[in-house]
Design a protein around this ligand. Structure first.
Ligand SMILES: O=C(O)CCC(=O)C(=O)O
Length: 197
């Protein structure tokens, strides 16, 4: 676990820190392969602005408690953390000195899979949620834009084995997305650790 090379994105009204080499390549490779093969990935139907469609990615949800996670009109029931997910969770918790209850896992199978503009502001996350987001597999570009000041936006490449920490007022003031890409790319796994108490 490499915690030294932290990059503060210095976003106005937000607190976002990127750790490009949080997990070394050997660990990141192992986690990627195991999670890709062992998680029971599902494609849910979601409803956004009254329209129902298949989510453009696969997901799974884990928690240390029974609390569900609701977004886009779906309610995710938690599985128990085990093996690699538990190891990843413990590593992040020790590094950040924060305990997480829950993890939403996303699998982007290729460049057609994506995650549209949103903020992680569901009420069960509380005010100013802390979200620790791990990337494994193919590199993807991640975008931020300010909710009201159109001149404020940025993007970064989320590397294999990296950690992106979003905290403070980030979710109140900014939106984020993982857009589609025309590049021929393979699977990317994203794990967002959250607190749902
Ligand atoms: O895949 C990512 O890096 C972002 C995931 C995300 O924004 C979310 O699950 O809310």
């Amino acid at each position: 676990m490499l915690f030294e090379s932290a990059i503060n994105l210095n976003l106005k009204g937000a607190n976002v820190i990127y750790y490009p080499n949080f997990f070394n390549t050997i660990k990141a490779n192992k986690y990627f392969e195991n999670l890709l093969n062992n998680i029971d990935w599902k494609q849910d139907t979601i409803t956004v602005y009254g329209k129902t469609y298949l989510q453009p990615r696969l997901t799974a949800f884990y928690a240390t408690n029974k609390n569900t996670y609701k977004y886009s009109n779906i309610t995710m029931q938690p599985n128990a953390f085990d093996n690699d997910l538990l190891e990843i969770k413990k590593t992040i918790e020790e590094a950040l000195k924060i305990n997480f209850t829950s993890c939403l896992a996303n699998l982007y199978r290729n460049g057609d899979d994506s995650n549209g503009w949103h903020a992680d502001n569901e009420k069960e996350l509380g005010i100013n949620p802390i979200i620790a987001s791990v990337s494994l597999g193919a590199e993807r570009i991640f975008h931020f834009k300010h909710k009201t000041d159109k001149s404020l936006k940025t993007k970064l490449i989320l590397k294999h084995g990296s950690l992106l920490l979003m905290q403070g007022e980030t979710q109140s003031n900014w939106l984020h997305q993982l857009p589609k890409t025309k590049k021929t790319i393979k699977n990317r796994i994203n794990l967002t650790f959250r607190i749902i108490a």
